[in-house]
Write a protein that binds this ligand. Structure first.
Ligand code: TYM
Length: 333
């Protein structure tokens, strides 16, 4: 890695397929930041098993996600791209950080509360300590910036608390990271439940990178709007959440402002607006889907990429881990 550049770290779970929320909220920034920063990007399979996964499906999804990240523009020559479980330092640092993370802090995490309600039959310790593993991911690479969607902000703040606590005891061991959240697209909402974020848990309202153009158009045509008799395309999140969700997506995809969008669709109604958003998304995703399909046909190439990525990641991670082990008082091997 070039020494004069700041460091970026981010991760994504292979628990489902890549969706438009992931892309607009995080991935697009991952790609954009590659020239200016030393970037480290990770498919976090260890995080994924905090919810029960089918082993064969997890393997398949991990490889698919890896290929999709490359297809979206993560360049393995410029950035380090790897799979979390291939670098044991993540789990090792997570253990140490567990001892510097408070029970009360973890109890306050919104994602833990949501996921334990959703998976009441499997509220395991990993789900609870998930944020310490995420902190380990970030801290191992001494990341300055963490590009994420809005929903991960709380976890990055907890990471900052852990950094401060650890450095307060042992001196300047870790870099203080900042969350990097996009101005548009930070919280893409579900197409059919516009008060929930887009996620795989609401499949009908979720647009996947690998969806066919027909499928994407179908989802947008069925998107929830409202019973406004004028069917007016106007941004009003409180009273017209469905339309606001579509305007947000259209703004994030086209770069247009709310005012420009309202003007473009003035007097045209939802019948024209919904397919226009669908078309814009189809055109955004088409080249990415085609490239991912092409990459997935060459498993050996992908394997070469993730092996090389893990090697580069491990050498950086190991350096931090050694320092931490020394600081906390472990006898060197
Ligand atoms: P994950 O896998 O749920 O999501 C990956 C990224 O996509 C963003 N995102 C969204 N952005 C906008 N609108 C949405 N509807 C939407 N849904 C998801 C997420 O904010 C995220 O940036 N814990 C993390 C993965 C992780 C990580 C890390 C991230 C593990 N270690 C270290 C950063 C740094 C997660 O579950 O993201």
């Amino acid at each position: 890695m070039e020494t004069n550049k700041k460091v970026i770290f981010s991760g994504i779970q292979p628990s489902g397929a890549l969706h438009l929320g992931n892309y607009l909220g995080a991935l697009r920034n991952w790609v954009a930041l590659q020239d200016e920063y030393n970037c480290v990007y990770c498919v976090v399979d260890e995080h994924a098993i905090t919810v029960r996964q089918d082993p064969a499906a997890l393997r398949r999804q991990t490889l698919e996600l890896f290929a999709q990240l490359v297809a979206c523009g993560i360049d393995p020559e410029k950035s380090i791209l790897f799979i979390q479980s291939h670098v044991p330092a993540h789990a090792e640092l997570a253990w140490v950080l567990n001892c510097y993370t408070m029970f009360g802090e973890l109890s306050r995490m919104t994602q833990f509360k949501d996921k334990s309600a959703k998976h009441a039959d499997n509220v395991n310790a990993g789900l609870f300590t998930y944020p310490s593993l995420m902190a380990a991911d970030i801290m191992l690479y001494q990341a300055d910036l963490v590009p994420v969607g809005e929903d991960q902000k709380q976890h990055v703040e907890l990471t900052r608390n852990i950094v401060q606590r650890f450095n307060g005891i042992y001196g300047d061991v870790f870099t203080m990271p900042d969350a990097y959240i996009p101005k548009v697209g930070a919280r893409v909402m579900s197409l059919n439940q516009p008060d929930s974020k887009m996620s795989k848990s609401i499949p009908e309202g979720c647009v996947y990178l690998m969806d066919s153009p027909d499928e994407i158009m179908r989802k947008f045509k069925r998107a929830i709007t409202d019973s406004d008799t004028e069917r007016c395309v106007r941004y009003d999140r409180a009273n017209k959440p469905g339309v606001a969700t579509l305007i947000d997506i259209y703004a994030a995809v086209t770069g247009k402002s709310y005012e420009q969008i309202e003007e473009e669709f003035a007097g045209k109604g939802y019948g024209a607006f919904k397919p226009a958003v669908g078309e814009a998304v189809v055109e955004l995703l088409r080249p990415l889907r085609e490239e991912a399909t092409r990459l997935l046909a060459d498993k050996a190439y992908l394997e070469g990429l993730y092996r090389a990525g893990a090697e580069k990641a491990a050498s950086i991670a190991q350096r931090t881990l050694r320092k931490v082990h020394k600081k906390v008082g472990f006898l060197p091997r």
